[in-house]
Design a protein around this ligand. Structure first.
Ligand code: 5GP
Ligand code: ZN
Length: 110
């Protein structure tokens, strides 16, 4: 738990948020400002500042398992999806998160 981290609070249930997926490592929930009809974030339950700070590589398995489930549940496997991780200062929230967005078409990547 990192003090004043909004995603730590969401992961711990201190800010009530519906989870679309949860396991022992990660949770997934809707982005508060969706830029596509589907815009889901997958985050580690533990505070990890960003992608390059991951040490326990088991986390990769849990992150991508969650991504795959969300893509399937949202039926994006036939509609187009994007998976994005901002880091190195490009991120607004300093708690690792994977964006899943869709539907998207080729050359419609904004
Ligand atoms: P970043 O630019 O850090 O990659 O993206 C952060 C994302 O977190 C943004 O898409 C933003 O809308 C989302 N976000 C920020 N605060 C909250 C929040 O309190 N709840 C939810 N569900 N999403 C949030
Ligand atoms: Zn955090």
């Amino acid at each position: 738990m990192m003090k004043d981290c909004i995603f730590c609070k969401i992961a711990l249930g201190e800010i009530h948020t519906e989870f679309l997926y949860e396991d022992e490592y990660v949770v997934a929930f809707n982005d508060i400002h969706p830029v596509k009809p589907v815009h889901v974030l997958v985050i580690p339950k533990n505070h990890i500042a960003e992608f390059i700070a991951v040490e326990d590589t088991t986390l990769y398995q849990h992150l991508f398992t969650a991504v795959k489930k969300i893509v399937g549940e949202k039926e994006l496997q036939t509609k187009g999806y994007r998976i994005i991780v901002n880091g190195g200062g490009a991120q607004d929230v300093d708690h690792l998160h994977v964006h899943i967005m869709g539907p998207v078409s080729p050359s419609n990547h904004e």
